[in-house]
Design a protein around this ligand. Structure first.
Ligand SMILES: Cc1cc2nc3c(=O)[nH]c(=O)nc-3n(C[C@H](O)[C@H](O)[C@H](O)COP(=O)(O)O)c2cc1C
Length: 216
């Protein structure tokens, strides 16, 4: 699978996770080694950890907290979400304990308050998370972020897993082989509505002289 294909077809997989197939640790290790190559801001690199959960009882406890928050959120905001996306999210939440591996990326130290430090903090986690997801995809596995419990049950899940108070769970990923190999690029906004040139809101693709041409 070439790089562009992996980059454009790594979807959030929820319904097509194979809940019956074991995920060998050496396959996960290969993906985690690739994730370790992701960029991270200076000292933050040393603060990042993965916690992998396979135990059925532990997954059931995590899933229960995840479900409590998700269902409360859907009761309030479910009507704002596209029906297909909602049903897909619901499917995963209702089957989370059956997913072979739950991967929880964590950062030692709580999130800082200012935008610069927040950028370094979360920006030192998500490149690794995405690299992990891409590496899974390249090996016939899939994943979806499913972090509902972070809203009001992060401490409960931390207690289940023995995570210390000063460690932040960044997210939670459901990881499994996928029941199909082919995934397509998703519909996304076109560049004209999301890319500006030179000033905010300017979407015209007029050629602009950069002034950086050859000296002669
Ligand atoms: C930071 C972040 C948090 C997310 N949280 C959830 C989540 O809690 N539950 C879920 O079903 N999907 C979650 N997602 C996945 C998005 O819903 C998904 O990326 C989006 O629906 C687009 O679908 P695609 O990934 O297949 O392109 C999250 C994605 C990101 C990047």
């Amino acid at each position: 699978m070439d790089a562009d294909t992996v980059l454009t077809t790594t979807r959030s997989v929820r319904r097509k996770l194979d809940l019956t197939r074991d995920v060998p640790q050496d396959v996960l290790d290969g993906c985690l080694r690739i994730a370790q190559q992701a960029p991270a801001a200076g000292s933050m690199a040393a603060q990042f950890r993965w916690l992998l959960v396979r135990d059925a009882g532990t997954k059931a406890e995590i899933a229960r907290y995840n479900r409590m928050t998700a269902e409360a959120a859907w009761a309030k905001y479910g009507h704002l979400v596209e029906r297909r996306a909602l049903e897909s999210a619901q499917h995963l939440v209702h089957n989370l304990e059956r997913v072979p591996v739950l991967a929880i990326p964590c950062m030692i130290g709580r999130p800082p308050a200012d935008a610069f430090s927040q950028s370094a903090y979360f920006g030192s986690a998500y490149p690794a998370i995405w690299s992990f997801q891409l590496a899974l995809r390249a090996r016939g596995l899939g994943s979806s972020i499913c972090g509902y419990h972070l809203q009001d049950h992060e401490a409960d899940v931390a207690a289940v897993l023995g995570i210390p108070d000063d460690v932040q769970q960044i997210s939670l990923l459901a990881v499994a082989y996928t029941t199909q190999r082919d995934f397509r690029p998703a519909a996304r906004p076109d560049l004209a509505s999301t890319v500006y040139f030179e000033s905010w809101g300017a979407a015209d693709r007029e050629p602009v002289t950069s002034g950086a041409g050859p000296a002669d």
